[in-house]
Ligand binder design. Structure first.
Ligand code: UDP
Length: 462
């Protein structure tokens, strides 16, 4: 019976085959890999053959995707360079180091007698791939894995600098930026780097090369970012497609670089409905020991059950969880919580016991939370997270941004407010309404569903 079904599905897919290949080259970071794998799956289900070229750093487990063809290329990173602590330095290096290996790989691929390659789909961060694609006369589609609002804020960095908002001054942080409401100076998407010029140059190369691309895909949806999508269309003047949230089509768990601890789900199974605050700051954010202690006491003092992801590397150079947690914390929480290294996040957010998500406002986390109708507490660390959290708080009104940084008093108040059904009623209603909009937009006739089809028509026409 099962074999019959598999056979039927394969036959259906065969009948859809378009005889064209899409080539992807993901940026090797968790928040970028997940949407690329999801995007590749979407297009595979529509009849394209898929090739993924990936780096040695954070390389993918090819055995998980038997339908895709993979090519591994050297990234030239030295041992001490393999670190996400200064992410712009890492990305700038990769943009240089990968140029030749990718050229050689594409050259071989294009000489192959197999299906013709329709286009190269690469992250906007891979700015070097535009010239490379041009040199092969191959259309390049830029893929932006974060929100459209943050993309526009990055695009505006040179203006922010010209207007004197950058570098940020402590006395100016709360000042509003009238040129980009509702941002305040502190929300401008800065990325800390030992070489701040590096950040500007990376962003400006990224924007310039995106303008030269044959199209731009966003992992977002019109109902959330309509205005921003229109603005991008006006500024970039290339075909633009909002086709997210991509994890609605395919889950992120298969592309997790770390093993997801499923005992988190068993623990949640024993909790009351909507009673648990889920706490996770994604795959790159780092904090110091003082901040970790504030987080811990904020959670403890809220008196709520909690599921907390303390990823190895969350506190740099730390020697294990036992030494990280402040003295007296475990006694204070008295079995009220559960801590894991890495969680099956999508499943956690979909679990009936979860009532709220305290997040760093990474874009995948934000979308995953909205999709499950879970309201957020937002603690941005850097980059797009700063913009996402401001929009979650002020525009979409589905989250509470912690304005004081990581301070136990504000954390405790925010958790209590969000977990109180009456106090958080409006936020919950709004996030539920976005959840419904998402369910509609990925269905036949919905905005994202239609954008997928428009993209396919477009790519087959050029
Ligand atoms: N994630 C996960 N387990 C965790 C924490 C995160 O599987 O314990 C996944 C999460 O579902 C999301 C991704 O890691 O798909 C994080 O991406 P995001 O854009 O939110 O943040 P980043 O890690 O890029 O800062």
């Amino acid at each position: 019976m099962e074999a019959d079904l598999v056979g039927k599905a394969e036959a259906e897919l065969d009948s859809k085959k378009l005889g064209r290949r899409l080539v992807f080259f993901p940026v090797p970071l968790q928040g970028h890999i997940n949407p690329v794998i999801q995007l590749a799956n979407v297009f595979h289900s529509k009849g394209f053959s898929i090739t993924i070229i990936h780096t040695e750093f954070n390389s993918l487990d090819q055995s998980k995707y038997p339908d895709f063809t993979f090519h591994l290329i050297p990234d030239g990173l030295l041992e001490h360079e393999v670190s996400t602590s200064d992410v712009t330095v890492l990305l700038a290096k990769l943009n240089i180091n990968c140029a030749n290996p990718l050229r050689q790989c594409l050259d071989r691929l294009l000489q192959d007698k197999g299906e013709p390659v329709a286009c190269l789909i690469t992250d906007t961060i891979w700015y070097f791939t535009q010239e490379l694609a041009d040199s092969f006369n191959l259309p390049r589609i830029a893929f932006r894995t974060t929100s459209i609002c943050s993309f526009l804020a990055f695009y505006s960095l040179p203006i922010f600098r010209k207007l004197g908002y950058l570098p940020k001054q402590d006395s100016q942080l709360e000042v509003e930026v009238p040129e980009f409401p509702p941002l305040r100076v502190k929300d401008i998407p800065a990325i800390k780097s030992r070489d701040p010029e590096n950040v500007f140059s990376l962003i400006s190369c990224m924007m310039e090369k995106t303008k030269a691309a044959s199209g731009l895909i966003f992992n977002s949806f019109e109902e959330l970012e309509q205005q921003e999508l229109t603005k991008v269309g006006e500024e970039f003047r290339i075909p633009t497609f909002a086709i997210g949230p991509l994890h609605k089509y395919f889950p992120a768990s298969s592309s997790s670089l770390m093993e997801q601890d499923r005992s988190a789900i068993c623990w949640l199974d024993k909790q009351a409905p909507k009673s648990v605050i889920y706490v996770s700051f994604g795959s790159i954010a780092e904090m110091d020991e003082t901040q970790l202690s504030e987080v811990a006491w904020g959670i403890a003092n809220s008196l709520q059950p909690f599921l907390w992801v303390v990823r190895p590397g969350l506190v740099q150079n730390s020697s294990g969880l036992e030494n990280l947690l402040p003295n007296g914390f475990l006694e204070a929480v008295n079995g009220r919580g559960y801590i894991v290294n890495w969680a099956p996040q999508q499943e956690v957010l979909a679990h009936p016991a979860v009532g709220a998500f305290w997040t760093h406002s990474g874009w995948n986390s934000t979308l995953e939370s909205i999709c499950e109708g879970v309201p957020m507490i937002c603690s941005p660390f850097f980059g797009d997270q700063l913009v996402n959290s401001r929009f979650a708080n002020d525009v979409w009104k589905i989250g509470l941004r912690l304005e004081e940084g990581l301070k136990k008093g504000e954390i405790e108040r925010a958790i209590k407010r969000l977990m109180d059904e009456k106090e958080s009623e409006e936020i919950r209603m709004r996030v539920s309404s976005y959840k419904e909009k998402i369910n509609a937009c990925v269905k036949e006739g919905g905005s994202s569903h239609q954008s997928v089809q428009s993209f396919i028509d477009y790519i087959l026409s050029i």
